[in-house]
Design a protein around this ligand. Structure first.
Ligand code: SF4
Ligand code: SF4
Length: 339
């Protein structure tokens, strides 16, 4: 096998359900994307949780469900939700900040959860904790070690920004030492606090294209060489690559506890959702919504990126974009090699 990255194209019929089961969290990360004004402050009841999991279930198609918050382990019924999801045929993932409340590791059978992901934004406390909070690195890595020892399939999610991109190469050793199975590299988004905080303007958090391309693919190759699967966003399309909007060719549902259902994560700070859940039924929204925007073809690639983050696009003398921005849901994967 080679260590060449493979673009994970949208597969016809692929379905992902990103279910935010509450918006509360014990942390206050600098780049938190939760926006209570748009997503509410509700926690789904046990009954509603089960109803909404069943609402999106479709046994004819392979469907992934990702339990999110806020911090999803703060919900006492998360182990129950995992069981409901398994019974519906989903591939199940929990994305946690690492605090693992309510004895999560003891109450969940590692055989019943496909992936347990931990968010970490630096290879040591000096880098991670100014972004995620004092003491977070120690708690997160300690619980990750416990999860690996209990037999969970673990991932780390690292959100790259100008505050931590220089330290990404040092994650190679840490991932190896912790025994992590998968590594997700994400790019800082322009949502929630990173979009609005006067102390962290997007210009200071986002990384330039040449910086991203100089660092991320090489680190990904090094991590894969240690036997760890790596997934990272494509971000910039090569000149001969075809642009595709996931909103047109895949099924993604970003579900919030106030009932909003988006198809594009870039739209989550706006009332542009395609659907709403009313009385536990999925209802299309009318008027201007994200689905109306997906069909616009522009030379810059992703239309929402052009509308919301125009500063990320560079142009040549003729006014043509230097890079086309790929769909933020388009990923590259390098399968880990045997150590
Ligand atoms: S752990 Fe997640 S939900 Fe909680 S503050 Fe950090 S980014 Fe936001
Ligand atoms: S990120 Fe852009 S390309 Fe992807 S679904 Fe949203 S609008 Fe479409």
């Amino acid at each position: 096998m080679s260590l060449q990255p493979r673009t994970v194209s949208f597969v016809a019929g692929e379905r992902n359900v990103f279910l935010h089961i509450l918006t509360a969290c014990n942390l206050s990360c600098a780049h938190c994307y939760i926006n209570p004004a748009q997503h509410g402050t509700a926690t789904l009841s046990r009954e509603r949780l089960a109803a909404w999991i069943r609402l999106f279930a479709d046994r004819r198609k392979k469907t992934n469900i990702i339990f999110l918050g806020g911090e999803p382990t703060m919900h006492p019924d998360l182990p129950y939700a995992i069981e409901v999801a398994r019974d519906c045929g989903y591939t199940t993932t929990v994305d946690s900040n690492g605090y693992l409340f309510h004895d999560f590791l003891e109450r969940v059978d590692p055989e019943r959860l496909d992936y347990l992901s931990f968010s970490l934004d630096g290879p040591d406390p000096a880098i991670n904790d100014p972004i995620r909070g004092p003491g977070v690195f120690a708690v997160c890595t300690e619980n990750l070690r416990r999860a690996v020892a209990r037999g969970f399939n673990t991932s780390i999610i690292y959100t790259v920004s100008s505050r931590n991109i220089e330290h990404l190469p040092r994650m190679v050793e840490l991932l190896t030492e912790l025994g992590v199975h998968r590594f997700f590299i994400q790019v800082i988004g322009l949502r929630g606090k990173s979009a609005t905080s006067p102390t962290s303007p997007q210009q200071r958090l986002q990384v330039a294209p040449e910086h991203w391309l100089a660092v991320v693919p090489e680190v990904a190759r090094q991590v894969a060489a240690r036997g760890i699967d790596v997934i990272y966003p494509k971000v910039y399309l090569d000149p001969d690559e075809v642009f595709q909007c996931a909103g047109r060719v895949a099924e993604n549902f970003f579900v919030f506890p106030n009932g909003r259902v988006y198809q594009c994560p870039l739209c989550e700070d706006y009332p542009l959702h395609s659907y709403e859940i009313r009385d536990d039924r999925l209802v299309p929204t009318g008027g201007i919504n994200e689905a109306r925007l997906f069909s616009l073809d522009i030379p810059e690639g992703c239309v929402m990126n052009k509308l919301l983050q125009p500063d990320t696009i560079c142009y040549d003398d003729r006014g043509q974009p230097l890079h086309r921005i790929s769909c933020c849901l388009l990923k590259q994967r390098i399968t880990g090699q045997e150590r």
